[in-house]
Ligand binder design. Structure first.
Ligand code: SF4
Length: 363
């Protein structure tokens, strides 16, 4: 116990140290979660920031084996939101003082799509008098596309590596030249080069994934020096090829508990990054997002997509809040965050302190 307490005070963590954190349970786990929240309080404050999530379209050119909206899922009805609907969502977020929105879609690289996103970013900036921050999560794109979206006013970009183990990456994606691990790494580099606050993340508890892989994932995230992270438990979707591997999975609650340890360990390793309390946590446990905040997360993404599209954006089974009106969600999310003893950073961008600290060092 004394030794574990000493470990929690460290600044640098070896792979063995991380494995010890990921394996923690009982009293050790309680100490780990308490320490990670203390580190968050001291380094980034007792505030949680909101990002209104707009699931703009579920059309995707890719076929990741775990994803419910993969191109090959013929059971899925496809949609693209109307421009006015997107602007209404942004207006809602602005009026509710969310501070920021996230635009998320399946991956498309055609010019009609990239041009439309650029227009929407400009219009959202205009309607909010430049006040709404914009995060994008739109997959792998060219230098030119990232640059034009950044110039239009988006300033944060999330592209999850999903797993940092190239062999596992190959297992979870088709080997068709369109889903290359190296290309994902190159895209992450292009995101940084374009000027975005760079975000990545992984899935926790995938079939065939070991604790060693997860420790390597945390070291990968640390070495990449990212500004923000979105990671949560893997949840299987029945209309995907990986559903047939479900016998190999640990229980959902075990994946959830492991995700809490991952969040807490990463908070100790990277005290100033932004870290999301993902909806996948809430899909397993009704208080999943609050527990993630208590483990050190500081970002929550209320879904503000119109209800009629929600059922069509199911990346995994059992996604929560698919039938909750954004207006109802609003009060619920504020109460949930406050119940953790944190304030809600209304009207603030809540940019990554890790990113801001790097900018100061550059100047
Ligand atoms: S994970 Fe992303 S890129 Fe892969 S199929 Fe799903 S939406 Fe498309």
């Amino acid at each position: 116990m004394k030794e574990f307490k000493k470990l929690l005070e460290q600044k640098d963590f070896s792979k063995d140290d991380i494995l010890r954190l990921l394996n923690s349970e009982g009293e050790d786990k309680t100490l780990l979660l308490k320490r990670s929240r203390e580190v968050a309080d001291a380094q980034i404050g007792k505030k949680v920031y909101l990002r209104g999530l707009i699931e703009y379209s579920n059309i995707c050119s890719k076929n990741c084996f775990y994803c419910g909206i993969r191109k090959g899922n013929r059971a899925q009805t496809r949609y693209v939101m109307e421009d006015e609907e997107v602007l209404d969502c942004a207006r809602f977020a602005y009026e509710k003082s969310y501070g920021s929105i996230v635009i998320q879609t399946g991956e498309r690289v055609d010019s009609a799509f990239t041009g439309k996103i650029e227009d929407l970013i400009r219009q959202i900036k205009e309607l909010s008098h430049g006040e709404l921050g914009i995060t994008l999560s739109l997959g792998e794109q060219s230098d030119e596309t990232y640059q034009k979206w950044f110039a239009a006013g988006a300033h944060r970009y999330l592209l999850r590596i999903e797993t940092s183990n190239p062999d596992l990456y190959l297992r979870y994606h088709p080997d068709d030249g369109n889903h290359r691990f190296e290309e994902r790494l190159a895209a992450l580099e292009r995101i940084r080069r374009a000027g975005f606050q760079q975000g990545t993340g992984v899935m926790i508890g995938l079939p065939g994934q070991t604790l060693e892989d997860l420790a390597d994932d945390l070291l990968f995230i640390k070495n990449l020096d990212v500004d923000m992270v979105g990671m949560g438990p893997y949840i299987e979707h029945e209309d995907t090829p990986m559903f047939s591997d479900r016998e190999q999975l640990m229980s959902r609650m075990e994946r959830y508990q492991l995700a809490l340890n991952m969040l807490a360990a990463l908070r100790l390793m990277m005290p100033k990054i932004n870290m999301a309390a993902t909806t996948a946590m809430q899909a397993i446990h009704p208080d999943g997002r609050e527990e993630a905040v208590l483990a050190g997360a500081n970002i929550v993404m209320p879904n503000i997509t119109p209800l009629k599209y929600r059922e069509c954006y199911l990346l995994y089974d059992g996604k929560p809040c698919v039938d909750e009106e954004p207006a109802r969600c609003h009060g619920c999310i504020i109460n949930r965050i406050q119940s953790t003893g944190n304030q809600v950073g209304l009207g603030e961008w809540g940019d990554s302190r890790h990113f801001l600290a790097k900018q100061v060092c550059k100047d």
